[in-house]
Write a protein of this length. Structure first.
Length: 399
């Protein structure tokens, strides 16, 4: 049950975490950030796949990718094929609130940890499962991956310009959005359990999350039979300057094209028959953007940002990741967490903070991303295992 006396919203909540790579770990990390005791179950010997996802990083299993997703968790490495490994899992579940996983459909069932099995034994347990494409249907047993979800849900096919090549979006949109949907589901289930006393299953998938992210575009396709893209609107675009690039969003104005032209010092293109209406501007978007590109290429990003903002037009410089991390707004929002290793065995941890800011609670790095199996002894000790029994489990290579 939830401990309402805790200083963090999820103090007293225990999560048994079978997730790996990104979708699941970003969800369980957020739960950990807000006070949950997240116990990360890892494969003995190898652990979470993201420990080795960037090859020869000098930090090895503690590389930045793994570290970005696994703070505020404890790790126990188990041989889940052994009877003793299975017993440890059930000892953890006896006092757990949530179990989370993101394997392919059927994997948890084959380990004897399927929903119906655990529901009968632990009726208050909240069972969160993330998948690539859902638990049923033609893709249920297909390996789930962010780029595949982009391709199958129409995201990759949608372009700002029909002449643009097909591209993989370089940020893991599906993984992150599905992870956040998993968090929402877990919190909703915790609230409902307060009323009913019963747990339930939560299912999220990369596929569904990517469709949901396109809710506006999907409604236009379903109800009007047309392709719709905010990026493809005629008065929106990215334009190179003499020292970089900027984006302009021509919206929320009676005549945004006229305002853009006044800002950048060219003749009012809204008087040109090609651009006199929205529909005509859409037809001649390529011609319009050629004119705008030529103008923006004549001066610096800072010059054009100042000119556009003077007319209250929406615009921003196109920044690199390093520039964004060094942006004063990032600092003002407290979006970078930093912690030196007190034992001086590892480099200083610098990662992105939770984007959810609560006035009554703060998020900190209570625990650095764990070394593989580093907390196994402590976790088993809390379960009442004696030192001799723990030593025998280590000798038998169960932990």
């Amino acid at each position: 049950m939830m401990n309402r006396n805790g200083t963090s919203p999820l103090a007293g909540i225990r999560v048994v975490d079978f997730t790996q790579v990104m979708m699941g770990p970003c969800a369980t990390q957020m739960l950990g950030d807000y006070g949950a005791d997240v116990i990360k179950i890892e494969r003995r010997g190898s652990g979470d796949l993201s420990r080795w996802s960037i090859g020869d990083d000098p930090a090895g299993a503690q590389n930045p990718v793994f570290s970005s997703l696994n703070r505020n968790k404890r790790s126990i490495a188990l041989d889940l094929k052994s009877a003793e490994g299975q017993r440890i899992v059930h000892d953890l579940l006896a006092d757990a609130d949530v179990i989370a996983s993101n394997f392919r459909a059927g994997v948890m069932d084959r380990m004897g940890l399927g929903y119906e099995t655990l529901r009968a034994r632990y009726p208050k347990l909240i069972y969160a499962i993330g998948s690539g494409f859902g638990l049923g249907g033609p893709y249920a047993h297909k390996g789930g991956q962010d780029i595949l979800a982009q391709a199958l849900t129409g995201v990759m096919a949608r372009k700002c310009d029909s002449t643009d090549p097909l591209l993989v979006y370089p940020t893991s949109l599906a993984d992150y959005s599905a992870g956040m949907h998993m968090v929402q589901g877990i919190l909703l289930a915790l609230l409902q359990r307060e009323r009913t006393g019963e747990g339930q299953m939560i299912e999220v998938s990369l596929y569904d999350s990517m469709l949901a992210m396109q809710m506006q575009e999907a409604a236009m396709a379903l109800m009007r039979g047309v392709e719709f893209s905010w990026g493809a609107l005629p008065f929106n675009g990215a334009f190179a300057t003499t020292d970089g690039a900027l984006v302009v969003v021509g919206a929320f104005k009676e005549n945004p094209l006229r305002e853009i032209c006044l800002a950048i010092g060219i003749a009012d293109l809204s008087l040109d028959a090609r651009f006199s209406t929205f529909s005509e501007s859409m037809k001649h978007r390529t011609d319009l953007h050629a004119i705008l590109r030529a103008r923006f290429a004549s001066d610096t990003t800072a010059h054009w940002i100042a000119a556009l903002e003077a007319r209250d037009l929406l615009c921003a410089p196109v920044q690199t990741m390093l520039q964004a991390l060094d942006d004063p707004q990032t600092a003002a929002n407290g979006m970078v967490l930093e912690q030196a290793d007190p034992e001086r065995r590892a480099e200083t941890l610098r990662v992105i903070a939770s984007p959810v800011h609560l006035s009554g609670s703060t998020t900190t790095i209570r625990r650095r991303p764990p070394r593989l199996g580093a907390d196994g002894r402590d976790i088993l000790g809390e379960l009442g295992y004696s030192a001799d029994r723990i030593a025998s489990l280590e000798q038998a290579k169960v932990i």
